[in-house]
Design a protein around this ligand. Structure first.
Ligand code: KG4
Ligand code: ZN
Length: 334
């Protein structure tokens, strides 16, 4: 069978990224332009600024990606693009680029859901095994997705309020860590102990999550300590928060593994970089004798490679869009 080269385009948040992926498994070249340094002054991503920077970056990143691969658009067989979920202005920039390239070069336009991209990041490392459970933990998502075959997704549950990464970033901010605070909180927690008594999120039989109560409890605790003139034990608070938050994810993952005889657990999204979640997932999957896959860090945060990988399998599933394809800020993975 002829090799298939997909151009993957990602612009759903603050990374402009293009990548060329061969047969859904092999990375030929990837270029990522991150805007973290621009947004950190504001303590989070400012949507309007993000879109403007995508506009500035988009052609430069495309050209660099092609030249790194020593390829031209003629060598590309399909154009995969994140159409949602994400920031609408940001998504539109990548989408317009993809549609334009598809039209000019007469290549199929392949719509990719951002979460599918996070899951398929693992396909760049090894073959996916089914039934599979994807634990998607990122700045914008906390979802448990089950797959019994390629490109067939069943959402088991998701967060009802804050995403886990968002929660990490907000707690980090209260502790005084710079945006994005998740990785810094992870580091700080290593020096701390589980001493603060924080509320355990409501336990129920569903696969849904709720982190806003935990987040508010941390914010209130920090304010109360400040008002009383007590010193906040920042490392202990970081550890206490992450222990409660991660345990909640572990509990629901364990339930899903048992309920659906899962063979392969994939932890995907930016928070998959968290050392504590990695350790706890390792323990859980070891205990239940399930294969655990966590893509390397470069594939965990947003990138075009994961979109190119997912795009290949989406194409095989017959998912081709026309030029009417629009960006959707809150898309469900189906
Ligand atoms: O997947 P991603 O790049 O963006 C979304 O698609 O949402 O994830 C970014 C998130 C941020 O909230 C960041 O703080 C978090 O991932 N993150 C971490 C760690 N590294 C990144 N959170 C906790 N511990 C880490 N080591
Ligand atoms: Zn993401």
């Amino acid at each position: 069978m002829k090799d298939m080269y997909i151009l993957g385009i990602e612009s759903s948040c603050d990374e402009t990224s293009f990548s060329i992926i061969k047969n859904g498994r092999e990375e030929i070249s990837t270029v990522i332009s991150s805007q973290i340094d621009i947004h950190k002054d504001y303590g989070g991503v400012v949507p309007e600024i993000a879109s403007r920077n995508h506009v500035k970056n988009v052609t430069i990143v495309l050209e660099e990606c092609l030249s790194k691969a020593n390829m031209t658009m003629d060598d590309i067989d399909g154009i995969a693009v994140t159409y949602g979920p994400g920031l609408i202005g940001s998504l539109l920039v990548g989408l317009v680029a993809a549609k334009t390239l598809s039209f000019i070069y007469n290549k199929p336009l392949i719509p990719v859901n951002h979460i599918a991209g996070h899951i398929y990041a693992n396909s760049l490392v090894e073959e996916l095994k089914f039934p599979l459970l994807a634990v998607v933990v990122s700045g914008g998502h906390t979802e448990l997705i089950m797959m019994e075959e390629h490109y067939k997704f069943k959402k088991l549950g998701s967060t009802l309020d804050d995403a886990i990464g968002e929660c990490y970033d907000k707690v980090a901010r209260v502790i005084g860590l710079e945006y994005p605070g998740g990785p810094k909180l992870d580091k700080l927690a290593k020096e701390g102990k589980y001493t603060y008594n924080l509320p355990i999120p409501k336990q129920d039989n569903s696969y849904d999550f709720s982190f806003s109560g935990l987040k508010s409890a941390v914010i209130n605790l920090a304010h109360n300590e400040e008002q009383r003139g007590n010193e906040l034990r920042k490392a202990d608070l970081a550890m206490s928060f992450q222990k409660v938050a991660v345990q909640e994810i572990i509990n629901k993952t364990e339930k899903a593994i048992k309920d659906f005889n899962i063979e392969n657990v994939i932890v995907a999204g930016g928070v998959a970089a968290n050392s504590f979640i990695r350790e706890e997932m390792n323990n859980l999957c070891g205990k239940l004798n399930v294969k655990l896959s966590i893509p390397p860090m470069k594939y965990c945060t947003d990138n075009g490679a994961m979109i190119g990988a997912a795009g290949y399998f989406a194409y095989k599933d017959g998912r081709i869009a026309d030029l009417q394809l629009n960006a959707i800020s809150q898309d469900e993975l189906v």
